[in-house]
Design a binder for this molecule. Structure first.
Ligand code: PAD
Ligand code: ZN
Ligand code: ZN
Length: 390
């Protein structure tokens, strides 16, 4: 392509500081270095995790930054040594990479990669001196490909999809079917895959089982779809926004409950409804109290609770150990447990074969310049997923 090897000037949504609206700026995007891929984004969804970033919940995600991690696009150019994609390929940038070589990648049971951008964060959080000094939002060689007004701009989860062009490591890119509609399958980059996979891969929901889903955003509704696909017989959807219930029912929920309408704590309500508690519960909100309530809602003997929602980095939860001692399992999931590079092309094929309909999550489609409007819709509880078009 004519732009190959050159700096590209294009639009991007830059977060200059936490707590401020995004500004659409002209940025420079450097060519990909060895082992990197430059992508022309076609569409991107807005996920609650981007909102957490904008609110400053991740202390080592440094500003200024270009957020966004639920995108789809076309390869513009490749760096030296890149073999798995070529210019013109349709791709999904992977906010959760898969190097395919580390011991975690080689373990069939896990989808966490030791070469992930998140790893620095994780090690620092759990090992003294608990320092957040090293930013995680640079590319693996600890530099950035973005500049704006003479300043270096950080990447977000290596993918930064709120930009017309982005540069990512090759092992954070999945080549997908050329027939895929990019304005739809962008949701597979995070929200849909996370929720659907939480049910199928992480919880391994069994046919005939009972499930409860806390939070009916793009992620929680995708859990509903996953539970339905796995053959659950009762799917109880929980949200404080009753406007989410119609879509939850359409996607497979058998019951919808607003905890604010209940006289008792929601875990007691769910336990009474199901006898001994649900077989599987999922937290897709990101609040301590709902994480504990979800755990307490599943069967004390064999129940499995999957944590999906994200808390501020460094948060602590305190719980009664009896909740686990009797046999419950408490698990977490990142991007639904999928080994992303292997599974993303297959998920796109399943989408094209109409095995699920993630399009039902898209409530708004907006031009990229209206990115702040998309966030307002999310904050007001009026959207499930807004897709921005470049
Ligand atoms: P969203 O804001 O679209 O949905 C959250 C839903 O929770 C909304 O419908 C709210 O009304 C509802 N809610 C809020 N408070 C309560 C409450 N007290 N009780 C019941 N319901 C409530 O977010 P989303 O679906 O984009 O993301 C959900 C969470 O999942 C969020 O924390 C996000 O950061 C996290 C996430 N995790 C992963 C992962 O890999 N683990 C991936 C993507 C998103
Ligand atoms: Zn996300
Ligand atoms: Zn790896």
């Amino acid at each position: 392509m004519a732009t190959s090897g050159k700096v590209i000037r294009c639009r991007a949504a830059v977060a200059w500081a936490a707590g401020h609206p995004l500004s659409i700026e002209e940025v420079e995007v450097a060519p990909p270095k060895a082992g990197e891929v430059r992508i022309k984004l076609v569409a991107t969804g807005i996920c609650r995790t981007d909102e957490h970033l904008l609110q400053g919940c991740f202390p080592n995600a440094e500003f200024p930054v270009i957020p966004g991690h639920e995108g789809a696009g076309i390869v513009e150019s490749i760096g030296e040594g890149v073999t798995s994609v070529k210019p013109g390929d349709k791709v999904i940038p992977l906010c959760h990479p898969q190097c395919g070589e580390c011991s975690f990648c080689l373990n069939p049971e896990s989808n966490y990669c030791l070469k992930s951008h998140a790893l620095v964060n994780e090690i620092q959080m759990f090992a003294p001196p608990y320092s957040f000094s090293e930013p995680q939002n640079l590319l693996p060689d600890k530099t950035t490909r973005f500049t704006c007004k003479g300043k270096q701009i950080h990447h977000y989860m290596w993918v930064s999809t709120f930009a017309e062009y982005t540069v990512v490591p090759e092992y954070a890119v999945a080549k997908i079917d050329p027939a895929a509609p990019l304005d739809k399958v962008c949701l597979l980059g995070c929200g849909f895959s996370t929720g659907y996979g939480a049910a199928i891969n992480t919880a391994k929901v069994k046919p005939g089982s009972t499930c409860a889903i806390f939070g009916l955003g793009g992620v929680g509704l995708s859990v509903v779809m996953g539970c339905k696909a796995a053959g659950a017989s009762r799917i109880i959807a929980v949200d404080i926004n009753k406007d989410k219930f119609a879509k939850a029912k359409q996607l497979g929920a058998t019951d919808c409950i607003n905890p604010r309408d209940c006289q008792k704590p929601i875990q007691e309500v769910l336990t009474e409804m199901t006898g001994q508690g649900v077989d599987y519960s999922f937290e897709a909100i990101g609040l301590k109290e709902t994480m504990i309530a979800a755990l307490a809602s599943c069967n004390m003997n064999t129940g499995i609770c999957v944590m999906i929602g994200e808390l501020d980095a460094g948060s602590k939860i305190s719980l009664d150990p009896m909740l686990l001692l009797t046999g419950r399992t408490w698990k977490g999931t990142l991007v639904g447990g999928w080994k992303t590079r292997d599974c993303m092309p297959k998920l796109v094929s399943s989408y094209l074969e109409k095995k699920f309909n993630s399009d039902l999550l898209i409530t708004h489609t907006l031009p990229f310049a209206k990115v702040n409007e998309g966030f307002e819709l999310l904050r007001a509880g009026k959207s499930i997923r807004s897709v921005l078009l470049f």
